[in-house]
Design a protein around this ligand. Sequence first.
Ligand code: NAD
Length: 480
Amino acid sequence: MESSKNFIDGEWRAPHSEATLPTIEPATGRSYGQIADSDARDVDAAVAAARAAYDVGAWGRTSACERGRLLSRFGQRIADLADELTTMESRDTGKPIQVAKADIAALARYFEFYGGAADKLHGETIPYQTGYQVSVLREPHGVTGHILPWNYPAQMFGRTLAPALAAGNATVLKPAEDACATALRLAEVATEIGFPPGAINVVTGAGATAGAALAAHGGVDFMSFTGSPQVGQIIQKLCADHYITCTLELGGKSPQLVFADADFDSTVPVIINAIIQNSGQTCSAGSRVLVQRSAYDTFVKRLADAFVRVRVGAPEMRRDCGPIITHKQQTRVQGFIDAAVRAGVPVLAQGLIEDGVDPHGFYTTPTLFGPVPRDNSLAHEEVFGPVLCVLPFEDEADAIELANSTEYGLAAGIWTRDGARQIRVGKRLRAGQVFINCYGAGAGIELPFGGSRKSGHGREKGFAALHDFTTTKTMVQHHG
Ligand code: NAD
């Protein structure tokens, strides 16, 4: 692997400018390598390779069955390389080793799932006028562009590329400049196990240059973006300039609705895990806990007693949380904590950073706030860190109004023993996924995922992703 180069057309290529960016280890704050700081010329080369692979190359002629076999083989190879990829991902992102390991298992599962699905994606026939045969073909877009964030680099590689490739697209990926190691290695491994040159191209670099050049490129037929709402808007506008569509996955402020009749024993650990998982840097983090007022004091005491046991440590310490990805993000998260304290929002509990972590690492103390006033920014803005806020609600109607009161709409959790309420409330929540007496349901590769409004649009995971990564062609044949 040559991490300061791009992977284009099945080979390592230095960026045209020969410029590089440092890779910083979140656990130590120190640089440990370089990545290519690519510009529009490198993106051009990657799109040209993908175009050729799709339009005239081997990839465009690969059958659905053979694509499925390749994806499944890739999944198996990833599982074989799990130790190497886990170490790489953990160092690049600061994830505790056991978390990075689970991410690599999920990455392998994406290729296993979509490998099995590749030849099961059918078109349809439509009964039309007498004398006509109508077939609706389901076809790949052609060349798909993928811009990724840094929070789950390896998992996201699988989440976006596996369905795109299963559907037959040729792909160009721009990973986040803060965490690209696994994407580069995976592109190389894919070629070793038989993906034809140009099917998977990886170009690293800054968002405003390499990322923008990809979204603006006239040779790209469809874009998939995961990241901030601000950049999501930019991507959508760039896509509109050349009349293509995109999926946007932009994060959330997902509520956990805890009713007084919930089983607190099973609720508390899941709610804590839903915010501290990946140090809170998860788009679907359950970052708002809404608690029925009649049970507020009892529940919040249980939550606070458990929250103080949250531990933060270096990746190899295998604690609940690792460091935040960058100094910039750490400062942003700390800014939310400091502002809430200044505004007089009560701190209910804090976790602990272990002794012995590197003082230059980007560690942040997990913090539980409550009751958070409904107009405080903590109640409606995405922090993207280990910060949990608790708000009381009065009754079911108030719970629904409060849950739907942010600009986001990604995921939600409902905690109650009342079966009718589970459905009644679930149907009224603005969220792409609703979990009842559970949250997250594992990596959920089979489950359609995505949001609305500031959380974005389009669906990833499950068969839904295969639909987003394809389009239809209606063929009408007159046979008399
Ligand atoms: P970001 O949106 O700036 O970066 C995400 C990706 O977009 C990166 O690959 C980046 O290089 C690229 N990018 C940036 N500017 C671009 C541009 N002008 N054109 C094209 N591509 C561009 O996210 P960030 O600054 O790394 O994180 C900021 C906030 O975004 C976080 O605090 C969090 O709230 C949110 N976020 C959400 C997710 C998610 O999973 N939904 C992931 C990461 C960050």
